[in-house]
Design a protein around this ligand. Structure first.
Ligand SMILES: C[S@@+](CC[C@H](N)C(=O)[O-])C[C@H]1O[C@@H](n2cnc3c(N)ncnc32)[C@H](O)[C@@H]1O
Ligand code: SF4
Length: 459
């Protein structure tokens, strides 16, 4: 795959890519959401109204547990690093309050959303001890029958669990485990403060666990970590293929030292530049695609035995904060510090990041929401375009015109003009009926999609 080009337009694109911070887990990016939490009664009303409007839709329940034992230096997730278990206990007590409050809101509106999927993320949702996890499961089971969910997944830090704990999770209804593998090279692991020999993964993925989680194993890996090069990353990806997980999330390392200053502790001169990152990504992508995986969306790969592969072929995939997911649900309700909820095409919200604020609001019997966005019609159109380009590398213009009753080439005259730079580079093809991202354009799908973002261009 051709990546390094020496012409002016391609260099402009790379430069723009480097300064483009958006990964589009939702549109608009939360930096541009339009409401703060001054009036919490209004927030609660929007929340209720939105859920009522979505009575017939399916929902995912997301729970964020922020604690981790040590800080991985690349990490940009919302975490609280602590070895003091009383911090976890205290957080769980407030999380239970939030869950109880959600339950009483559903009582007030006289119905429970149809929760078909649950995801436990973090931080490290594996941190709570079994006796505390039992209580969490008991609280969550008030929302749905946890043993008959479509997907009930948990993020696993392989350094902190053994086979028996994973078996325990399975006994509680969890049917999908997502392992933070990141990188196998020992030198890279040292540089990111995450020493995790491959033996750990072997120890976890025993025949018994593979049988319990048949078609239920995800790996997270990252390209762009310090010390990665084409040689060691090839070894890592080959090892990953040998483990044959069902789904792989191939993250580009996101650098945001302003908000995550611990990233400065990684050796700067060892961090791959933008061109090398793209080459690493292409290398991994080619290896995976030649070994029974299909690319599903910008940064996900699915085994051809996985149900996501069927959904990919049927154009049913969805993309959200959890990555590429089955098209089973549209909406998300999030609980725990920093978690995000999404009532599609209508209302987005995020809980506060601050523990003190989280505790204070819950003690006052208020939803701990700090920031939210009520979608305009224009937001809905652009969200759909960005979703489609990023997930399918394709836009059916006729479908957008029909759904939103507009003339695409008139409405998006400026945007179409802007994306011609990518057309010149043979990264996409524009016609009256469709936009198709081709060749190495897929590597820049986020950037191409961002040309339809009115918030960034106005920022
Ligand atoms: C909440 S974390 C994973 C859960 C678990 N704590 C672990 O580390 O195994 C979710 C995933 O986000 C990804 N991630 C975290 N920070 C990242 C960054 N700066 N750039 C790209 N991916 C990142 C990692 O691949 C990680 O596995
Ligand atoms: S990658 Fe996982 S374990 Fe490491 S700091 Fe982030 S959330 Fe915690």
């Amino acid at each position: 795959m051709e990546i390094n080009k020496n012409n002016g337009d391609f260099n402009k694109i790379i430069k723009k890519y480097q300064s483009n911070p958006f990964m589009y887990v939702e549109y608009p990016h939360k930096r541009f959401w339009n409401k703060k939490f001054e009036n919490l009664d209004d927030t609660k009303e929007y929340f209720k109204e939105s859920i009522i409007k979505n009575k017939d839709k399916k929902f995912l329940f997301y729970v964020h547990i922020p604690h981790c034992h040590t800080q991985c230096l690349y990490c940009t997730c919302h975490v609280e690093i602590t070895k003091d278990y009383s911090r976890v206990k205290r957080f769980l007590d407030y999380l239970y309050k939030e869950l109880d409050m959600l339950n009483s809101i559903f009582d007030e509106i006289k119905f429970k959303p149809n929760f078909t999927d649950f995801h436990l993320g973090g931080g490290s949702p594996t941190y709570p001890k079994i006796e505390d996890f039992d209580i969490l499961i008991d609280k969550l089971s008030k929302f749905a029958d946890l043993r008959s969910l479509n997907e009930f997944s948990i993020e696993i830090d392989p350094r902190r669990v053994k086979e028996d704990k994973i078996e325990y999770y399975h006994s509680k209804g969890i049917n999908r485990i997502s392992l933070g593998v990141q990188e196998f090279d020992p030198e890279v692991q040292k540089m990111i403060n995450r020493v995790q020999p491959d033996k750990l993964i072997e120890r976890i993925l025993t025949p018994k666990i593979r049988k319990l989680f048949k078609h239920g194993i995800n790996f997270d890996i990252i390209c762009g970590l310090p010390g990665q090069n084409l040689k060691n990353f090839e070894q890592t990806v080959k090892k990953i293929i040998d483990f044959h997980p069902d789904r792989i999330c191939l993250n580009y390392m996101h650098l945001s030292t302003k908000f995550h200053p611990h990233q400065l502790k990684m050796p700067k001169d060892k961090i791959p530049d933008e061109n090398l990152r793209k080459e690493l990504f292409s290398l991994a992508s080619n290896l995976l695609e030649n070994n029974h995986y299909a690319r599903a969306g910008y940064d996900h790969f699915v085994s051809k035995d996985d149900k996501l592969y069927d959904e990919l072929k049927d154009n049913k995939l969805k993309w959200n904060r959890l990555g590429i997911v089955t098209g089973n649900y549209e909406n998300i309700i999030g609980a725990g510090v920093s978690s995000v909820g999404k009532i599609e095409g209508d209302f987005y919200y995020q809980n506060t990041f601050e523990n003190d604020e989280y505790e204070k609001l819950l003690s006052q019997n208020k939803l701990p929401i700090s920031n939210y966005h009520v979608m305009s019609n224009e937001d809905k159109i652009r969200e759909e375009i960005i979703q489609s380009l990023r997930t399918y590398f394709y836009l059916d213009i006729k479908l957008i015109e029909k759904k939103f009753n507009l003339n695409f080439h008139d409405h998006f005259k400026n945007e179409v003009e802007k994306i011609k730079i990518y057309e010149k580079e043979k990264m996409l093809v524009i016609s009256s009926d469709e936009i198709e991202i081709i060749n190495n354009g897929a590597q820049f799908a986020n950037l191409i999609a961002s040309e339809f973002d009115t918030y960034i261009s106005g920022s």
